[in-house]
Structure formats: structure tokens, C-alpha cells
Write a protein that binds this ligand. Structure first.
Ligand SMILES: [Zn+2]
Length: 101
């Protein structure tokens, strides 16, 4: 017999807190916005009055795991973040900081 296993079919990691939040399994998380591929929620330890995190529903280990193919995704993450800020009444986007991690 031939037994082949591959990680690539695993879209989520059960041990990953961000995957849990994206799946709606973390009741503490305050979800601000949601799409099929992204979830935006409030940072539990905000460093600014408006501090949000956007994570993909597909597990990506960290910023170093990103490749060219993620460019569109990262752009949409930023767009979702901006949309949430606008919902919060933030109009000046020049003062917004982004951090990939
Ligand atoms: Zn994950």
C-alpha cells in the first residue's frame, strides 16, 4: 500500500489562536468585520485607541511565511483594516500604522 500524507491540505491549525478566532471559536475576541478569507478583530491589549488585527481564515504561520502569491491577500487585509477604522470614525489614514507579523 501507499500512504501519503501532506500538510498542504490543512487550511487551519487547531493550536493557532488566530485560526480559532477566525473560526469563531474564541468567545473573547471582538470581531469587527468578516469575509470569506479574512477576519478583523480588536486587539486584546490595544496600543492605540483604535488597534485591530486582521488575520486570514487560511492559516499562515507568520509574516515570514508570506510569498509573492499573498500580495493580493495582504492588500485586502489592509483594506479591511481601513474599512474597520472608517467604521470607527477614523478619517485620517495618514496616521495609520501597519505591521505584518
Ligand atoms: Zn492560524
Amino acid at each position: 500500500m501507499l500512504d501519503i500524507e501532506s500538510d498542504t491540505s490543512e487550511k487551519t491549525d487547531e493550536c493557532c489562536i488566530f485560526c480559532q478566532i477566525a473560526a469563531g471559536d474564541d468567545e473573547e475576541a471582538e470581531i469587527m468585520k468578516k469575509s470569506e478569507e479574512l477576519v478583523c478583530f480588536r486587539d486584546v491589549d490595544p496600543a492605540a485607541p483604535h488597534h485591530f488585527l486582521v488575520v486570514p481564515t487560511e492559516h499562515i504561520r507568520d509574516g515570514l511565511s508570506l510569498h509573492r502569491g499573498h500580495a493580493g491577500l495582504v492588500k485586502r487585509m489592509a483594506q479591511m483594516g481601513e474599512a474597520v477604522l472608517r467604521d470607527q470614525g477614523v478619517t485620517d489614514m495618514t496616521n495609520v500604522r501597519y505591521k505584518v507579523r
